[in-house]
Design a protein around this ligand. Sequence first.
Ligand code: ADP
Ligand code: UDP
Length: 236
Amino acid sequence: MEKRDMIYEGKAKKVYTTDNPELYIVSYKDDATAFNGLKKGAIAGKGAINNQMSNLLMRMLSEHGVPTHFVEELSERDTVVKKVSIVPLEVIVRNISAGSFAKRYGVEEGIVFDEPTIEFSYKNDELGDPLINDYHALALKLATREEIETIKAMAFKVDALLKEYFKSIGVDLVDFKLEFGRLADGTIILADEISPDTCRFWDSKTHEKLDKDRFRRDLGGVEEAYQEMMKRVRGK
Ligand code: ADP
Ligand code: UDP
């Protein structure tokens, strides 16, 4: 399978058409951004790590009954995926307080919740991805009530599976962002990526951060954290 035309270049990936109208090729870049594009940089080797980690995790999820866009890994950075129309919601699941949750509610990071939480952001760069509730998403026709229920159930299932998976490699899954899309027949599947760019990972023992927060917060050891996560996922 080969790339044809680049139809989209995002902050972390490029998306290409292929000779199959139902498939895209995504190509992962080393570019890194934070704070809605305000902070820019590069993380050497990130594209290859995020591509391969995301594919491994999506494979695991689909073995457990979660439908995903993953089709075939073509190379270190390139993957064939099912083409979807993205539901413009960033679906955020949290197990432990951190990031914008801690800031918004004035609590410390690291509070372990009794139950996971879910929230949506409206995927719109111009507006800075504002927080949105179900009713507003319905009013804006971003998704139907049924789709929102499907997405919530799938997101919590992904959380349960990922939490257990990461626990077995000594990592606490703090929070993460998912994106879902619709196939031509309307079926909702998991799309985009699952990687240290889109998840918060803390070492279970030391609580060391092993994710993009090292870049966001200038903590140093960014490349090393991505490599350490990849090493643990590979060793599983
Ligand atoms: P951003 O758009 O936030 O800068 P990326 O650089 O990761 O993000 O770009 C990848 C784009 O491809 C995102 O907009 C994402 O929603 C979209 N996407 C991910 N998976 C699929 C898919 N299977 N089909 C169509 N679009 C997808
Ligand atoms: N996240 C993401 N993309 C975004 C916003 C958030 O992948 O545009 C992920 C982020 O990596 C974290 C989770 O979603 O794992 C929750 O992020 P939060 O709302 O705390 O926002 P942040 O602190 O990143 O601004």
